[in-house]
Design a protein around this ligand. Structure first.
Ligand code: COA
Length: 246
């Protein structure tokens, strides 16, 4: 950790995390691989693997300037960008690749709210070359976590719960089940590797996000200039090594 900079430290989420990873019965004739569907429940949230039916909610999330000001290059996305991403996430789940996107809903404990209220997205990405950011030449499996809660619901503890569900619930389960993550290596080849660490990139002024990450044990590794879909931006790079599965 770079000791010359001090960062706000978040408080960890101590509530419940329940998780199920099941084979999915997607109606997809000719599919070569078994699909997956994941549900995660925290005290207040339901996270579910992204489906095409979430498209309009996700388009709305990413076209909002307030939501996007600290995300990626800081600019809202056109509909077509969200459409491509949601299609990719949905295809990943159908192919059984769990390094993909989740939709976040407020948990309906009463069981009467139909549909549940959509409030955001969280993702474990694949295909990244994270080694390059920390100057490592070691081919270790890593996944970047990205997350967004709709601004109308900020400050309610939902970002913290969603991130804790992924880091403390989903990541250990993926390790236990032996899911491998596709990584781009420094020589531009791709390799599927066991998950050994998680990463995140954050705008330095994004205090809420920094608190979520530090509260989960991520550490600041350095500053990077990163290319996003709408341009380049300077970010702080965080990483968290994962304990080896028992
Ligand atoms: C960053 C983001 C996910 C935070 O979500 P949230 O649901 O509002 O966060 P929480 O309510 O769980 O708060 C987490 C912590 O940050 C603090 N916090 C949240 N927003 C804050 C702000 N604007 N300023 C200071 N502290 C803030 C909370 O008090 C809490 O602190 P604690 O750990 O001491 O209890 C949300 O603002 C967001 O989606 N922003 C746009 C997308 C983005 O920036 N994503 C992150 C980069 S991938």
């Amino acid at each position: 950790m770079n000791s010359s900079i001090s960062f706000p430290s978040g408080n960890p989420y101590r509530g419940s995390i329940e998780l199920s990873i099941d084979p999915a019965s997607y109606d997809d004739p000719g599919k070569e691989k078994q699909g997956l569907i994941v549900h995660i429940y925290t005290d207040d949230l339901h996270l579910r693997s992204v489906e095409i039916s979430d498209l309009n909610d996700l388009i709305g999330l990413y076209k909002c300037a307030e939501n996007m000001k600290n995300y990626g290059a800081g600019r809202p996305w056109e509909k077509s960008i969200s459409e491509r991403l949601v299609q990719r996430w949905s295809d990943d789940w159908k192919k059984g690749n769990p390094f993909s996107g989740f939709s976040i809903f407020k948990r309906d404990v009463s069981g009467v709210q139909d549909p549940e209220e959509f409030i955001g997205n969280i993702c474990f990405k694949s295909g990244e070359n994270n080694n390059a950011y920390v100057g490592s030449t070691v081919a270790a499996g890593s996944s970047e976590m990205t997350f967004m809660i709709d601004h109308k619901c900020w400050g309610e503890g939902y970002g913290k719960q969603a991130a804790a569900a992924m880091v403390n619930g989903v990541a250990p389960e993926y390790q236990k089940q032996g899911f491998k993550v596709a990584c781009a290596l420094p020589d531009d080849t791709q390799e599927s590797l066991p998950l050994e660490w998680l990463t995140a990139t954050v705008s330095p002024e994004n205090i809420g996000s920094v608190k979520i990450l530090t509260g989960l044990g991520f550490e600041f590794e350095g500053t990077v200039e990163k290319q996003f879909v709408k341009g380049k931006s300077i970010k702080h790079f965080y990483a968290k090594p994962l304990p080896k599965p028992l």
